[in-house]
Write a protein that binds this ligand. Structure first.
Ligand code: WT7
Length: 655
């Protein structure tokens, strides 16, 4: 049974235990409904009150929402604050010695950093950036491994008002170059190498490669954190600066730059339906409010919790639920440099036991791969510290959900399946764990203040059980402000005219059940979700056709047991169609090519060669057909409009 089929059949429901509910901040459906009513009745004061309660302002705001230039919304826009002040300084009077970060390195070494120490490190690095003349509004690209310094770098940018753009350390030189160029960044912060699963990742060498590709002329400095002892490190005098030399002798205090609520905090690139990733631009105040508020609601956060999110700061999850939400509220969290399968597949369970993790947040793909490697493994560990589990990034199949619930959570921990996106900045649809009964495979109900709905092409709500477009009908504080440098694309993509430009269109299809629960069914655009990572089919196609051997390529997804979706590429070579061993050899080369062009996460799982692709008489590639072919389904679509029907057999045979 496919994941989707089993999700469609799911009917079980799991209310929170009495014990969990009684201790929860939102204890039961009445409390949840009361918050929803409050948001419905007094939308602006609902958010205004939260912004006053949860954020510390330098200058209070007088207006909650300015929608005069919709869909370019402004929140709290005459207020001033600093995000790093909110994440660090304000905790110091009472919690200077509270542990902020428990860093577990790839090799298992553990380093603890208090709020006072993190504050000191952020201030020193912020002063270092200033000494390189980094100013308010400048863009700084962060291309780092998952180490303490990645968070220090992000917080330091926030402190001085520089806009960071984190690029996941697994991305290629080309991807790094594209993001540096689009953002017009002045500085790149990287490490000589990263360490993952006992292997090194050549971050500095890849940065050098990017800098030499053309397009990175805006870069004045490359700051290099020394993570490993490898020598020599290739050095460009005048441009390259060692992190440790930059912070050496810097003052331990750095006055935060007071920012307007709407000043951009960061840009994070994500895939869409075109070949060009979108620079998702987030605000300072609205974004931070979303991150902190959702963190306390969704995880039912309490001050003595030990929280662990296994994401990388290269993704939005690592921004909102490692760097900003937990630090904004003053939590203690584990951060992890390595991978779940090194030195063995017990790494997660061992770490939960060792650090007494109480809140654990990971991705369905990690759960599925760990089930495969040892379904009984968690039993060997004491996981009794856990009180809540979370998932994010893709739909979770009910089988994996049940395993997570019973094997990891011991049947006592609510599972919060959190639906959200890079664009929404914070969780949108997720159970309030002390209130909303969970159902395996459903992200359940919207958070109070999030007006999520499912509509048809005309924007009319669909009835229960019917699929449609997932939309959010009112702007909310943590929503993307624009696409960096491309406001038209922002408007067209997210506030399309079909809905009078009024609804935020998420890009997912979904349905609601008779209890109003949301069930996410998949993307409506040409975006794949591979292991919880968003990949544009066009991006992979562009990478393929950039290879000198390739004439044409079309990429589709197919269901995959562990990754959720797998990448299948149909390729036409300029030369004759390869077969047998030759085809395998060319396919391997092309897979490596894509890994080098974009990153290993985009590497096709399967490549099939044809003399052509199935096209209509007007020359349009029939992707629906390719999807059926990739899944090995019988072709039931109408092929009468197909210019070249014989091609189908060829592409079937080449599997
Ligand atoms: C897309 C957003 C949210 C942070 C990580 C991914 C899919 C995300 C869920 C979920 C079903 C989910 C959607 C969404 N997605 N969470 N709980 N259930 N699908 O952020 O890279 O911006 O991707 O991920 O398709 O649109 P992202």
């Amino acid at each position: 049974m496919s994941a989707l089929e089993s999700i469609l059949k799911e009917t079980r429901s799991f209310p929170p235990s009495d014990d969990f509910r009684q201790k929860a901040a939102i204890p039961g459906m009445e409390a949840y409904n009361a918050l929803c009513d409050q948001a419905n009745d007094q939308y602006l004061s609902f958010w205004g009150d939260l912004a006053r309660e949860l954020l510390t302002w330098k200058k209070p705001f007088s207006r909650v929402l300015d929608d005069s230039a919709a869909p370019f919304f402004k929140w709290f826009d005459d207020g001033e604050l600093n995000v790093s002040y909110n994440c660090l300084d304000r905790h110091l009077p009472e919690n200077a010695n509270k542990i902020a970060l428990i860093f577990e390195a790839d090799d298992g070494a553990v380093t603890r950093v208090t709020y006072a120490e993190l504050h000191r490190r952020v201030c020193q690095f912020a002063n270092g950036l200033k000494s390189l003349d980094v100013q308010k509004g400048d863009r700084v690209v962060i291309y780092m491994p998952m180490v303490i310094e990645a968070i220090v770098a992000m917080q330091a940018c926030a402190r001085i008002g520089a806009i960071h753009s984190v690029v996941f350390g697994g991305f290629s030189a080309g991807a790094l170059r594209d993001r540096v160029q689009d953002a017009g960044a002045r500085v790149v912060i990287t490490a000589n190498e990263g360490l993952r699963g006992g292997k090194t990742v050549p971050l500095k060498a890849t940065t050098d490669e990017a800098m030499d590709m053309g397009g990175c002329e805006s870069i004045e400095h490359v700051v290099v954190y020394r993570r490993t002892d490898s020598e020599p490190v290739k050095w460009t005098e005048g441009r390259d600066v060692w992190w440790h030399q930059l912070v050496d002798k810097q003052p331990e205090q750095c006055e935060p730059a007071w920012m307007n609520a709407e000043d951009p905090l960061f840009i994070l690139y994500t895939s869409g339906s075109t070949g060009k990733p979108k620079g998702i631009q987030h605000s300072s105040a609205g974004y931070l409010l979303g991150a902190i508020n959702s963190f306390r609601w969704v995880f039912d956060y309490k001050p003595n919790d030990v929280y662990w999110c296994t994401a990388d700061v290269g993704w939005i999850t690592g921004h909102s639920y490692i760097c900003y939400g937990p630090l904004g509220i003053g939590a203690t969290q584990v951060i992890f440099e390595g991978v779940p399968t090194y030195p063995d597949a017990n790494r997660f369970w061992r770490m939960i036991e060792q650090h007494k993790v109480s809140l654990f947040y990971t991705a369905p793909t990690a759960i599925r791969s760990l089930i495969k490697l040892g379904a009984e493994a968690p039993k060997q560990f004491d996981l009794s510290s856990l009180r809540l589990l979370g998932t994010v990034g893709e739909p979770i199949n009910p089988e994996a959900w049940m395993w997570y619930y019973e094997m990891v959570g011991g049947g006592r921990c609510p599972i919060v399946d959190t639906w959200w996106q890079t664009e929404t900045g914070s969780a949108m649809i997720a159970p309030m764990p002390g209130a909303v009964p969970t159902k395996p495979g459903s992200c359940t109900l919207p958070l109070p203040g999030i007006m999520a709905d499912i509509v048809d092409e005309s924007g009319a709500p669909v009835e229960a059980g019917k699929g449609g477009f997932l939309v959010i009908k009112k702007p909310f504080p943590s929503l993307v402000r624009t696409i960096w440098g491309d406001p038209d694309r922002f408007k067209k993509t997210y506030f399309p005219e079909e809905f009078d430009g009024k609804f935020y269109l998420a890009g997912d299809s979904a349905h609601r059940d008779e209890n109003g629960y949301f069930w996410i069914m998949g993307r409506i655009d040409d975006v794949l979700n591979v292991s919880g990572h968003r990949l544009g089919t066009m991006e992979i196609e562009s990478a393929l056709v950039a290879n000198p051997l390739v004439a044409e390529a079309a990429v589709v997804g197919k269901p995959h047991e562990i990754k959720g979706e797998a990448v299948v590429a149909f390729v036409v070579l300029k030369g004759p169609r390869p077969q047998g061993d030759e085809a395998r050899k060319v396919a391997d080369n092309l897979k490596q090519w894509v890994a080098h062009e974009i990153g290993k996460i985009a590497q096709p799982d399967e490549i099939r060669f044809g003399e052509n692709l199935p096209k209509t008489r007007s020359g349009k590639i029939m992707r629906r057909l390719l999807r059926s072919l990739a899944r090995g389904e019988e072709i039931v679509q109408d092929v009468s409009t197909l210019e070249n029907p014989q091609i189908l057999q060829q592409l079937q045979e080449s599997a």
